[in-house]
Design a protein around this ligand. Structure first.
Ligand code: SF4
Length: 267
């Protein structure tokens, strides 16, 4: 159980500059999924709580769930700096309460999660005018147990996508971050192809030195044979491995009839 605090927040929707979205909703600060590579760490870092990422979470308390005026059919993203369906949500039901409050609005809701818990709220999702649920995953269950220890295992996420798709909800999979030699994007394409409207693909970003150290440590402990590859890519800037994979992904997705809405460029 993480170290929990309750904090006051003024509004559940905040404007964002994230491409494709107008607003975000982050009901929590911190994330019990505790992914080793998490990009949200800098937003949830709390120097006064020296415990490791994933071991503390703040739960926001909102005065109301009113939607700002003139939002119309603008887009609202759950979530940019946490996972709205992290384990605490099971008992807290805060994300559920927000979705329930806005289910009759014209907002275009987009949820991205690593948790099968989102299926619990299918009754609400089915009542919404515009909603899509995405799952991020890039590796097998065993690798995920080390790199994404608190999240639902990828096979559970795939089962959840199937359930959502069969219930008529729009779905997608974000294959990210792709960890060289550890992730298996082609396997994810095969497993998810029947249940997704589209897929997206992105590389691992290790510009944050703390994340780089954490990932390198894990690679050294689990797959020391991959360390030279990681040094080539993330220290020498050699992206040949990602370039080659990009072509394989595009070919494989085409063969499986999967629409790619985004794939990393040849950087
Ligand atoms: S699920 Fe997302 S927000 Fe949560 S720890 Fe993992 S990467 Fe970070």
């Amino acid at each position: 159980m993480p170290d929990i605090r309750r904090i006051e927040a003024r509004h559940f929707m905040t404007p964002t500059r994230i491409a494709g979205y107008d607003f975000t909703c982050n009901p929590y600060v911190g994330c019990g999924h505790g992914c080793i590579y998490c990009y949200a760490k800098p937003f949830g870092d709390q120097p006064e709580r020296p415990a490791s990422w994933g071991s503390y979470v703040d739960i926001k308390r909102y005065p109301h769930f009113d939607i700002p005026k003139n939002t119309g059919s603008k887009s609202l993203f759950f979530s940019s700096a946490t996972d709205s369906y992290q384990p605490l949500e099971g008992d807290e039901r805060l994300t559920r309460a927000i979705l329930d409050a806005i289910k009759e609005s014209a907002l275009r809701i987009s949820i991205l999660t690593k948790s099968a818990l989102v299926v619990r709220d299918l009754d609400i999702l089915k009542q919404m005018q515009s909603v899509e649920v995405g799952f991020s995953m890039s590796m097998c269950d065993e690798a995920a147990s080390f790199f994404e220890p608190g999240a639902s295992r990828p096979t559970e996420r795939i089962a959840a996508i199937k359930t959502l798709k069969e219930a008529g909800i729009a779905t997608h999979v974000f294959v990210a971050p792709i960890l060289p030699g550890i992730s298996d994007p082609l396997m994810i394409i095969d497993a998810c192809a029947p249940y997704v409207d589209y897929m997206m693909f992105d590389t691992l970003n290790l510009k944050n030195p703390e994340n780089k150290l954490a990932v390198f440590r894990h690679v050294l402990a689990r797959r020391p044979d991959l360390l030279p590859l990681y040094k080539d890519i993330f220290e020498k800037g050699d992206k040949t491995w990602y370039h080659d994979l990009r072509s394989q992904i595009i070919d494989h997705a085409r063969q499986r009839g999967v629409t790619i809405r985004y794939i990393y460029d040849r950087r």
